[in-house]
Design a binder for this molecule. Structure first.
Ligand code: EPU
Length: 307
């Protein structure tokens, strides 16, 4: 990025929210990642549209960042702009009720766990499948995050996005293609808001389900350790974690990265892991699982930046 382009970014986004050479390790639940050439916190639709106009006209690379719980930035960092939506995009509000159906508007920067707790307290059913899932609603929508109890795509009624050219667009559920751990919207740059359709129910019942899911998670997953959640997608109905476990890979280490002994589809950072430690360990896991089962595991996390 040229000096002029950097100056231009500071005119589009308030300069106290623009950081050059920002270590992405600070923004990752794995505590790992090289520097972003530019990291910017976008705090209004106007800033967002102006930024996308700029990137599209100048051909500057960019991507959006949620909570850093599903993306690994390689050690040499990433060129262009990493944009995070600020507090203006962090909101939850009830829009309307239709009998038992309750439509709720939620900003993309809202923490998914905040929404799960809010829905439980309001007695609104539909978010329990996401209990314990890290990240923001925007990030969870983009990856159609979920558990066996349901994914976020199941409750989406409408989505507001901003296109690559900076145009705001709302799409109804029928126009959205949610698949296992993915949402495909051609030409879209940023998800800014979702309308979710939840169901009126009893707060006690929902809270009990959420508590149960959290308990299961604490037992089956390395909660509290630095990780990116599941590294690989399941292969059809077969759990990638089970395959990795059966290949005898629990506790295998490369540098500061280790295959979790709690759930083998998690890699944990023991403190000093580099992105390279993690990518080498990912390669080793794929190779061993392929050798033993013939199955080629695909990563669920996204890996970006320069090696
Ligand atoms: N298993 C093992 N060893 C392991 C891991 C799992 O034997 O190391 C066995 C379990 O005992 C169980 C089976 O494999 O019999 C399935 O395990 P689990 O219930 O943990 O489900 P999963 O398919 O491995 C999926 C999601 C998780 C989600 C859980 C719970 C994917 C890739 N993973 O895991 O999502 O939390 O179900 O619903 O879809 C994530 O997306 O980041 C994630 C962690």
């Amino acid at each position: 990025m040229s000096r002029e382009q950097k100056e231009e970014i500071k005119r589009i986004i308030s300069p106290e929210r623009v950081f050059f050479g920002e270590p992405m390790a600070k923004h990752s639940t794995m505590g790992v990642g090289g520097n972003a050439e530019c990291f910017a916190v976008v705090n209004s639709l106007e800033e967002l549209k102006a930024l996308l106009n700029f990137t599209s006209e100048r051909g500057v690379e960019y991507r959006f960042w949620g909570n850093g719980s599903n993306v690994l930035v390689r050690d040499k960092g990433v060129r262009g702009i990493i944009a995070r939506l600020g507090e203006k995009f962090d909101f939850v509000e009830e829009l309307r009720r239709d009998g038992d159906d309750v439509h709720v508007s939620v900003g993309a920067a809202t923490s998914t766990q905040k929404l799960v707790r809010w829905a439980a307290a309001e007695g609104l059913m539909g978010m329990e499948g996401l209990a314990g899932i890290p990240g923001t609603i925007g990030g969870n929508l983009a990856t159609n995050a979920g558990t066996e109890a349901g994914a976020i795509g199941d409750v989406v009624d409408e989505l507001t996005v901003v296109t690559k050219e900076g145009r705001e667009l709302s799409m109804k559920r029928q126009a959205l293609r949610f698949e296992y751990r993915s949402l495909k919207i051609p030409g879209t740059s940023a998800l800014v808001r979702a309308v979710l359709k939840l169901k009126k129910s009893s707060a006690e019942e929902i809270s009990a389900r959420v508590e149960e899911a959290m308990k299961r998670r604490r037992k089956n997953q390395p909660v509290g350790e630095m990780s990116l959640g599941c590294i690989f997608k399941n292969s059809g109905k077969t759990s990638a974690g089970l395959l990795i476990d059966e290949a005898g890979l629990k506790n295998v280490r490369i540098g500061g990265a280790r295959v979790s002994n709690v759930h083998a589809n998690f890699i944990v950072n023991e403190g000093k892991a580099t992105a390279r430690d993690i990518t080498v360990l990912i390669g080793l896991i794929r190779e061993k699982v392929r050798e033993q089962t013939g199955i080629s595991l695909e990563t669920e996390i996204e890996i970006i930046g320069d090696e």
